[in-house]
Design a protein around this ligand. Sequence first.
Ligand SMILES: Cc1ncc(C[n+]2csc(CCOP(=O)(O)OP(=O)(O)O)c2C)c(N)n1
Ligand SMILES: [Mg+2]
Length: 556
Amino acid sequence: MKPHVYDVLARAFAQEGVRTCFTLLGDANMNWAARLAEQGCRMIYVRHEHCALAAAMAYARKNREVGVASVTCGPGVTQLITALPAAVRAHLPLVVFAGEAPLKSGWYNQEIDQAPLVTATGAAYYRLHMPERMPVAIRDAFLQARRERRPVVIGIPFDLQARPWEGKSELPRPSQELLPRASPMPPHPDDVARAAELVAGAERVVVLAGLGAVEAGAGAACRALAAKTGGLLSTTLPARGLFHDDPYCIGISGSFTPEVGLEYLAQADLVVAVGCSLAYHAGGGGQLWPKAKMLQIDIDPVAVSQGQEVAKHHLRGDARLSVEALAAKLPARAAGWRNQAMAARIRDSKPDSMKFEIEPGLLDPRDVVEALEKALPRDWQMVNSGGHCSWFFAQMPSRPQENFLTIREFGAIGNGISFAMGVAAAVAAARRDQPVVLFDGDGSLMMHVQELETIRRHRMKILIVVMNDGAYGSEVHKLRSEGLPEDGSVFGYCDFAGIARGFGLAGKTFKTLDGGLPGLVAEFASGGGAAVWDFHVSDKVVSPTIRRAHPQGAKH
Ligand SMILES: Cc1ncc(C[n+]2csc(CCOP(=O)(O)OP(=O)(O)O)c2C)c(N)n1
Ligand SMILES: [Mg+2]
């Protein structure tokens, strides 16, 4: 039988090595999706298109592959408008197969000009109306997604998809075979010499690593550089865990820095930023290290990042090669800033020591995180979301980087559940048997709570930990500090355990931590399905970030 265009389109995707596709079906993508499934691709059928794309984002980050999602035309595409900019800002390679309205009729109810919507988010849009060229264009979309690390949305009218295939029978060579080899770029010796001079003249060095350092495999080199300078180590939020077992790692730099870390950052006289974009929330403008000079080591160093002047000193090159070359150029130093007393303080201090009055029957979010940090196995995957509670969830220092996932460059809530699904699918595609733990706020979880059904149907092993303050915590604390009414931000404690059970998952409410968390964790680990654990916490505990930004509110 003669193939249709959608048969060939599905083969073109399969040939790109697509193992998993997140989708929600409609007239404009269902024929293609059914054929892709026949090619052996795992299809994850979600309940909202936003979640398809958001899950593909987490999948792409976790497995370092192109993430693939598919939606129907019109309303399927408009649902993507929050996830697309989030993917663009997180530099994630994605390809979205979207339908377009049929060309044959003068009117179609789902018709909308999709290209400007998509390109407004920073993603690329391919309008494909010439069937014979479509396989090459799909290959090019994958090439562009990989090279530019951004989403590409492919729109194809579904009446064209349904035509008989009139083109060549063989497909073009897949994108992986065409990409130029990206060998790590060594730094220029003159730049290394200048950077070494700067570092040799510093006394209190902090080596701050971002995802670029993770991707370049520069962790060991950063540790060695910090040791040679007698300095300390830190990471950005997405790179956290890179130095988790180093006694001189002060944790995350930026909005989530623990108390002792803040104290040391304030004393630093040089921050060596390795493979990180010096984002505003990572303290990029130097707010956290007012005395420090800044050396940025990166394949694409910048002077201004996110509206702030950042590094004045630069070393361009691959993170690992550059840090190694820099360390090799430094004279050995007898003593540095670090000493054992600092290591002991870093190890023994609470991330935040401020005291708050907690109402009876409610928990302190800091105690919840401390208990979970002890009880949850170190080799489980951890996914973070946004909101006020994310400060507390960021304080889990005992786990390696490869077990964390944080994507939040666009600052949108409501993504946690999709990111957890993406990680669960990534782990499954890599044939690893790791449960996934999602840490989310009540408001954020509620925004796409329908995906509990997807989790159950696809038998994903996900434990959802809800930091339930009965509110949009970020808003409550800001409103209170400005003396405004809390209306619209305080909702009360909804019954997530009951909601979970309604979707066929296990659910549990925690109003105390005396219930034997280790036993419950073991029970979850050995059981089959997913679960929601709902921790009722007090909204009286204000994170250090909010206290810094709203000093008035902290006094209330
Ligand atoms: C899509 C979107 N809508 C609104 C906001 C504004 N916002 C930021 S944090 C937040 C509250 C989130 O509540 P929750 O998930 O319960 O976390 P909490 O702050 O209470 O810890 C809101 C509404 C946002 N960032 N993104
Ligand atoms: Mg909340």
